[in-house]
Design a protein around this ligand. Structure first.
Ligand code: G1P
Length: 294
């Protein structure tokens, strides 16, 4: 029997060194894809998948994230007074319900597995989702990535990992899974390796940053065993859990942008802008000018 996935963990303690100096005083999760912070896009995706409680594992210099998900009285009052009701309404729609957010700190950057473990008391004893904020997804039809993972969880139970196909020479940057019984959109996962050395990957399917996990993962992560890069890896924790529980992969039917890398971030900005009817035609003209296309 499956349970409803109500809570999601967002590990947002990362330093964002790849985006310096932009991220010197701004958390990388607050950089914008068009007019929404990267993190807002990811929270939107979680909401669409039915998530009701949003747990942010933050670190030092991330306080602005807490402000972003809170009411901004002065701003809202000014918008109302100036008759900017559309903008005011949009802010209200984005605001999570009172009490629907929790913030805890990772304190020391010991790895993704450790960051998720920091949310253990807030998650409690129920299955939950994890969304890595670097990865921004765009739906192709059947909802965004987490909604597809939750649907797969309702079908298969156990644990779910979203995957994405990449080129063979990119696999070493990610967690990689191997395929057992294949159902097409979903498949059984028979193995996982975090950051496999070049040429040794189990497949070209990488872990793309959306998970549905059983709370039993916390007891495993608690051991604090270190893996790739000397960090406590979530992938290693899941590998240990796979000895006693099922894991299924979801081939996300849509597009994932790795906004933790400059190219992915720029591509996401263009792709999302092209979905905006007001911006798209003008942007197309600008892009043609830049690329010299007729
Ligand atoms: C993390 C995970 C990895 C996953 C990746 C997706 O790695 O450990 O399994 O493939 O996110 O972005 P990181 O990007 O933190 O090195």
């Amino acid at each position: 029997m499956t349970r409803r996935i109500r809570k999601a963990v967002f590990p947002v303690a990362g330093l964002g060194t790849r985006f310096l100096p932009a991220t010197k005083s701004i958390p990388k999760e607050m950089l914008t894809v068009v007019d929404r912070p990267v993190l807002q896009h990811v929270v939107d995706e979680a909401r669409e998948a039915g998530i009701e409680h949003f747990i942010f594992v933050t670190g030092r210099n991330k306080a602005v994230i807490e402000d972003h998900f809170d009411i901004a009285y002065e701003l809202e009052e000014t918008l109302q007074k100036r008759g900017k009701l559309k903008e005011w309404q949009a802010l209200k729609e984005d605001l999570p319900a009172a009490g629907a957010t929790s913030f805890t700190r990772q304190q020391v950057p010991l790895g993704l597995g450790h960051a998720v473990w920091c949310a253990r008391d807030i998650v409690g004893d129920e299955p939950f989702a994890v969304l890595l904020p670097d990865m921004v997804t765009m739906a192709a039809g059947q909802g965004r990535c987490l909604a597809q993972c939750v649907a797969a969880y309702e079908k298969h139970g156990g644990n779910i990992i979203a995957v994405e196909e990449v080129l063979a020479d990119e696999t070493h940057q990610y967690g990689v899974v191997s395929i057992g019984k294949d159902f097409g959109h979903t498949f059984e996962i028979t193995g996982m390796v975090e950051k496999p050395p070049k040429g040794t990957a189990l497949s070209n399917l990488i872990i793309s940053g959306r998970y549905v996990l059983g709370p039993e993962i916390f007891a495993i992560l608690e051991k604090g065993e270190k893996g790739a890069g000397g960090e406590i890896q979530l992938t290693d924790g899941m590998k240990a859990l796979a000895k006693s529980q099922s894991f299924h992969g979801v081939r996300f039917d849509g597009k994932t942008y790795d906004c933790g890398a400059k190219l992915g971030f720029l591509a996401a900005n263009i792709a999302f802008a092209l979905t905006d009817p007001a911006l798209a035609p003008l942007l197309r003209t600008e892009l043609k000018k830049l690329t010299g296309e007729p």
